[in-house]
Design a binder for this molecule. Structure first.
Ligand code: NI
Ligand SMILES: [Zn+2]
Length: 205
C-alpha cells in the first residue's frame, strides 16, 4: 500500500514550492501534489479549503470511520493486495496520532524535522488485520479529537512555522494541515466507493 504519509528516503529531484518529487517510484509515491490540485480519486481540493475547516473535517471523518467499523465484513480484503476497511482504519488512526506528533514538533521546535515513519512496517508489526474493530473505532475517534483540538489551538504566526520530511519536502503548519486532511478523506473514499470490489483505487506496493 502506498500513501502520502510514506516517507522513506529515495532518490528524487525537487521542484516547486513544495519540493515535489517527479521521478517517483511506485512504493515511495509522493502525495504532496495534493496541495497543488484536486485529487482525481476522492475529489478533495485542499487548496480550496479554509484552514479553519480542518478540525471539523477530522471529526466528521472519524465519525464516518466509526460507522464503517460497525458494519459487517470490515476484515475482508477486496483483493489480497488491498487493505481491508479495518486495516485502513488502523492506518488512519495512526495517521491522526503521527500528524499530531508532527504538529507538536512544528509548534515547539524551529524548522522541525519529522522522524521517519514506515506505514507498511507499522501495519505489519502492529498486526492491523487482527485488531478489534470496536477498539480501533474508539481509539480512532480519540486520536481524531486530539489532533483536531491541536489544530484548533493554532493561531496567528504559528500557521507559518515549518517542518520537513527526510526526503526534503517542507511544510508550513498551514500546508501541513491541508496535506494531512487529504489522507483520511482519501482512505474513507477508498473503503466506501462503490468501485472498491473491482478496482482498487490505491496503489499497492
Ligand atoms: Ni495514508
Ligand atoms: Zn484523494
Amino acid at each position: 500500500m502506498s500513501c502520502l504519509a510514506y516517507d522513506r528516503v529515495e532518490s528524487g529531484g525537487s521542484v516547486g514550492a513544495y519540493s515535489l518529487r517527479v521521478d517517483i517510484v511506485p512504493d515511495t509515491k509522493d502525495w504532496t501534489w495534493v496541495l497543488q490540485r484536486a485529487c482525481p480519486e476522492c475529489g478533495l481540493d485542499t487548496g480550496q479549503l479554509p484552514r479553519e475547516a480542518v478540525p471539523r473535517m477530522v471529526r466528521d471523518n472519524a465519525a464516518a470511520w466509526k460507522r464503517v467499523l460497525a458494519t459487517p465484513g470490515v476484515r475482508r480484503r477486496p483483493r489480497s493486495d488491498v487493505w481491508s476497511a479495518l486495516e485502513y482504519a488502523c492506518h488512519v488512526r495512526d495517521v491522526f496520532r503521527l500528524f499530531d506528533e508532527r504538529l507538536v514538533l512544528m509548534l515547539t521546535t524551529e524548522d522541525a524535522l519529522y522522524p521517519n515513519w514506515d506505514q507498511d512496517e507499522t501495519a505489519s508489526t502492529q498486526r492491523y488485520a487482527e485488531q478489534d474493530p470496536t477498539d480501533v473505532a474508539r481509539d480512532l475517534v480519540a486520536a481524531a479529537d486530539t489532533v483536531a483540538t491541536r489544530f484548533e489551538s493554532v493561531f496567528g504566526q504559528q500557521w507559518q512555522r515549518t517542518g520537513s520530511r527526510s526526503d526534503g519536502a517542507t511544510f508550513t503548519v498551514e500546508s501541513f494541515a491541508r496535506y494531512f486532511i487529504h489522507d483520511p478523506v482519501h482512505h474513507l473514499h477508498d473503503v466506501t466507493s462503490t468501485s472498491r470490489s473491482s478496482t482498487p483505487s490505491w496503489p499497492s506496493t
